[in-house]
Each structure stands twice: as C-alpha cells, then as structure tokens.
Design a protein around this ligand. Sequence first.
Ligand code: SF4
Length: 228
Amino acid sequence: MSEARSPHPRTVERVMRRLARAMTGLELPAVEKISEEQAKDPFRILISTLLSARTQDATTHAASTRLFRVARTPQSMARLPVRDLARLIYPVSFYRNKARHVKACCEMLVGRYGGRVPSTMEELVTLPGVGRKTANLVMILGFRSPDNICVDTHVHRISNRLGWVATRAPDETEQALYRATDRRWWPHINLYLVTWGQNVCRPVYPRCGDCVIRPECRRIGVERRNGT
Ligand code: SF4
C-alpha cells in the first residue's frame, strides 16, 4: 500500500470547491434526497440509511418512501410485523435482515429513548444495525453536527485514490480524514465524494478524463481508466 501524504489545506480546499461546483445538476444520493424531502427528520434519515447499505439509490428511495407512507414514527414502525416490513422494503438487499434491524431499532427508540432518535454517537451506535457510517450521517444530516465525517465505500475509495489517506477500512479512513482535513469540510465530505463516486470516480473505470479534480489526484491504485 502506498503512503499517504497529508494534503496541503489549500489542496483540500481546491478539491472541495471544484466538486461543489461540478456537482450542480447531478442527482443527490438517496439519503440526502430523503433528508431534503423530509425536513431533515433524524428518524427518516436513520431508517433510510439503514436501508441504503449495498443498495442502489433509486431502490433505497422507493423503499423508504413506501415504508414511510405506512409508518411515520418509531412507535408505528415498531408495531409492524417483520414480515410486513420486509414486504415494504423489498427489493433492497438483505431485506429480511434489514427488516429485523428496523423493527429492533424502532423498539429500542421507543423503549429506551422515549420515541426519539438520540443525538450522540455513543447512543446511536447502541441501536441494532447502526454502525459508525449510519450514526455519522444521522449526526450530520439530522442534527447538523459539524464534528462528524461519514465514510462509506465511495469516501473510502476516493480518499485513498487522492492519496489523502492510506487505509484498508472505512472506520480507519474516518479517523485518518479527521487528521488530514480541516474541520470546516467534515460535514461536506460525504455528500461531495459520494456524488463524485456515483458519477465520475466509479469503482471500476473511473472517468479520470472528465474529472475536475484530476490535477489534484494521485490516482493511487487506479489501473483501468476511462478517457485518460
Ligand atoms: S482523477 Fe480519476 S481517480 Fe482521481 S478522483 Fe478523478 S476519477 Fe477518481
């Protein structure tokens, strides 16, 4: 694995500003879209993020919309049988497991947290099926926290290609990014890199020839490129 060089703060700023401009008109990631549509409701952000793992954005959005039409609160969702939850969220990947997690999560919200989504990382990660990625996204989108970076597979991949981090797993990348980037960018990193990862810096055949941050990118580990 190559070594990461901590990026110069001006490099990070150039990358983030270029991405912000280039993203205009691109489709928002599913959870961001739900957050916008649902007035940044932490409960809906939590549930749609749970559904989104390893699932196409359009499928996550449609499944979340179907589910929220039937149950809008932790109380009403906790009352639904797992079988009904699974039917409503199908065809998200692992829908049976996710249905179990959604139900257990809602039961805990009702039983332990008074029917509200807790607003600390420590409490969020106690919820069934909730890891750091989901908890960080709820903190950023639902509670407007400036102190979190949400790292999913896109953020992990692109941060490594840029050469900002040299890590093997998303949790490691999260900690490395706190050290490598100025905190003013933390709440934006997920939206910018996920959007870029879905449209340009794809897992295979990244479109480096069309990429506005190519001059800043070390393209670590990129072997097969389109348009270069
Ligand atoms: S230059 Fe290529 S590898 Fe680097 S961010 Fe752009 S698409 Fe990804």
